[in-house]
Design a protein around this ligand. Structure first.
Ligand code: AMP
Ligand code: MG
Length: 406
């Protein structure tokens, strides 16, 4: 059986980033920039004032005989407008934050360091000497024309969107979002809205996976549930192969009706189908008609956990990300983990920062059918393979699911 690391390495080796598309700026959140962004303009585009105050010549701010100099105010310039005349010796102009510095002026004094007679004042007294360039934000100080502002591979967050907006980038070249087909399997699996019948259970996996796929920024498509026959699976897969990735749940174990592997063999290849972990030993990876297929286990918790470990990094790699894995930190396991599995165990837990330490509380019964063990969990405490026991108060590694990838 493969270790989690070997399995992940074998999967990722088969995954390539998707093609590049031009996307409207506002829709790029979370996507990866596919080209360098070079500024075509200076930012700020013009010298402007950093303060509300008065634009003047710095030499006019020098005191004579201990008296503050008094200048004639010839007008004002607000943000969004351009002064219609220059500032000359012995004069000043009111100026607002963000307004272009009028010609002639070489400095700005903030309003708090002046005395004047209300908004219509025809004079201003300068209470402090100011150096040239004071409170002026020069054109190109932030970004100069021709500068490479962002490199390809950058993950676009809110701050990057702000910078792209400032540069006038109405659309952005990004790696496109993955289209992911989600397929349930099993004669016992019915849709959420159907009444329960004897022997039947609702399709929780497809809905959970759809949401999880969307959380990674990809575009999920639920294709319903295949019956446990090769005919039904073939039919569903003929539709699924139109997507970038196929996620199935169930049907990959050693039961009489676990037929997903048969189809993989028939129409593609199986790279592997078992991993030395718990929950989630039966995880299959391979291709169908050239489309990567990740066959997740049917047990809902196994399916959720293995999606985090394998599905999420696969989709991120497809979407151009280079940071693929959730960070791992040391935590104090307050309640311990009593069972000693020979396989590596990913124990659902709530990790919180308390009194200067990260403390983990496991989330109850850890059976792979116990969906409630997912509730409130934000981490997996990782219990190494080989029957290692974690006693209350022991330190263990935890994979932080609600932290960004590193
Ligand atoms: P399998 O690997 O197909 O034998 O499924 C393992 C377990 O997961 C069985 O108890 C199935 O009933 C259950 N299961 C399979 N698919 C789903 C699903 N889509 N939603 C919820 N449970 C499922
Ligand atoms: Mg099944």
């Amino acid at each position: 059986m493969l270790s989690v690391e070997e399995a992940l390495e074998r999967i990722l080796a088969e995954i390539r980033p998707l093609d590049v598309v031009q996307v409207p700026l506002a829709d790029t959140l979370g996507q990866v920039l596919a080209q360098d962004i070079v500024a075509e303009e200076d930012i700020p585009p013009f010298d402007n004032s950093a303060m509300d105050g008065f634009a003047l010549l710095s030499k006019d701010s020098k005191t004579h005989d201990g008296q503050p100099p008094r200048l004639r105010v010839t007008g004002g310039v607000a943000a969004g407008y351009v002064a219609d005349h220059a500032v000359e010796e012995g004069t000043a102009m009111r100026i607002m934050t963000g307004a272009p510095v009028p010609p002639g002026a070489d400095t700005v004094i903030q309003v708090e360091l002046t005395r004047y007679d209300g908004p219509e004042s025809t004079w201003v007294e300068v209470l402090q000497e100011v150096a040239p360039g004071n409170n002026i934000r020069p054109a190109g100080e932030d970004i100069h024309r021709g500068q490479t502002v962002m490199v390809h591979g950058t993950e676009i967050g809110a701050w990057e969107i702000g910078i792209l907006a400032t540069l006038g980038q109405t659309s952005v070249p990004v790696v496109r979002r993955a289209r992911v087909a989600i397929l349930g399997t099993g004669d016992e699996v019915i849709d959420v809205g159907e009444p329960l019948q004897p022997g039947k259970i609702r399709n929780s996996n497809s809905y959970l996976l759809e949401a999880a796929v969307r959380q990674v920024g990809a575009e999920p498509k639920r294709l319903g549930v295949a019956r446990d026959t090769v005919e039904s699976l073939r039919e569903k897969f003929s539709e699924a192969i139109q997507y970038d990735l196929i996620l199935t749940s169930g049907g990959v174990s050693v039961g009489d009706f676990d037929l997903v592997k048969n189809i993989m063999q028939e129409q593609g290849n199986i790279n592997f189908w078992r991993i030395n972990m718990r929950p989630g030993k039966p995880v299959a990876f391979g291709h169908i008609s050239g489309v990567p297929l990740l066959g997740l286990p049917g047990n809902p918790v196994s399916s959720a956990v293995t999606f985090e470990l394998f599905g999420r990094p696969v989709i991120r790699k497809m979407q151009g990300h280079t940071r693929l894995l959730k960070p791992q930190i040391d935590v104090v396991v307050e309640d311990g983990v009593s069972d000693n599995a020979m396989r590596r165990h990913y124990v659902r837990a709530r990790v919180e920062w308390q009194n200067g330490r990260f403390i983990a509380h496991t989330t109850g019964n850890q059976g792979s059918h116990m969906m409630t063990s997912l509730l409130g969990a934000n981490a997996f405490v990782i219990v190494p393979e080989g029957g290692v026991e974690v006693h209350p108060g022991d330190i263990a590694r935890a994979m932080m699911l609600d932290w960004p990838e590193v």
